[in-house]
Design a protein around this ligand. Structure first.
Ligand code: 6PG
Length: 247
């Protein structure tokens, strides 16, 4: 694999979020100029909420090529969109509604379906998109979080079988942090079809997981982020000092 990893750490949350928003803007401007669309995969969890809020504000609200931006999700909890645990619902409230995005640019995982129906539907949709992309990567930028146990999206430590499949999305079940256990997640096959991966991680509770992900011996079964290795893409780690404290 030829992916290149860049680790950035910031002294304050504001600086971290601003630098991440600038990275998104730069990728979006480049994709829009060269391909006429920006395919952006969003992560769930609480860490990216300030980023989504900032993107909804000036100057990003004005300078981002929103008409050419297409939103996808890296994972979803099996709850209806209006549920406060819905990853799509969170982004709808704090980013998509404020910027008044066109419906055709939003591609949520359907948390209101059964897990297997939702996974099949999303996988089929991404496969169709990939066929259109031909030799080009499926996505321009994939944003990911990290759990204290090392999970990313809904790729949890210890689950191996789901990754053998050729599907681009699959079901996952995990009890974690009191959040809904039934999920749909993109597979590494899908994540690795991206020009850029951005891990946005904060807090001391994630420091060991960050250390293992970046410096640990290759162990994809226990460290799912080791499966995220786009063949030619860039991997950025955007960290606060606490998350980076063991590097
Ligand atoms: C989800 C996720 C998940 C998340 C991490 C970190 O839907 O739960 O996408 O992988 O990114 O659990 O979550 P926090 O940012 O809330 O710590």
């Amino acid at each position: 694999m030829n992916s290149k990893t860049v680790v950035n750490q910031f002294a304050s949350l504001d600086e971290l979020i601003k630098a991440t928003a600038d990275l998104v803007l730069e990728a979006a401007a480049k994709a829009a100029a060269s391909r006429g669309r920006f395919d952006f995969v969003l992560s769930g969890g609480s860490t990216p909420a300030p980023l989504y809020r900032l993107l909804a504000q000036s100057p990003y609200a004005r300078t981002m090529p929103w008409n050419l931006t297409h939103f996808f999700w890296g994972d979803e909890r099996i709850v209806p969109p209006e549920d406060k645990e819905s990853n799509y619902g969170q982004v709808r409230r704090i980013l998509l509604d404020p910027i008044q995005i066109k419906g055709e640019n939003v591609h949520p995982i359907k948390g209101e379906l059964t897990p297997s129906e939702a996974a099949k539907k999303y996988s089929d949709r991404l496969s169709a998109l990939w066929r259109e992309r031909k030799a080009n990567p499926l996505f321009d930028l994939v944003l990911l979080g990290l759990g204290g146990d090392g999970h990313t999206a809904s790729l949890f430590p210890g689950s191996a079988d789901m990754y053998e499949k050729q599907a681009l999305a699959t079901t996952a079940t995990a009890e974690y942090g009191g959040r809904p256990a039934h999920r749909v997640t993109l597979t590494p096959l899908a994540f690795n079809q991206s020009r850029q991966i951005v891990f946005l991680v904060t807090g001391e509770a994630k420091a060991i997981a960050v250390e293992n992900a970046i410096n640990g011996p290759f162990d994809p079964l226990h460290i799912p982020s080791h499966r995220i290795r786009p063949e030619t893409g860039m991997i950025y780690w955007m960290l606060d000092e606490a998350a980076a404290s063991r590097l």
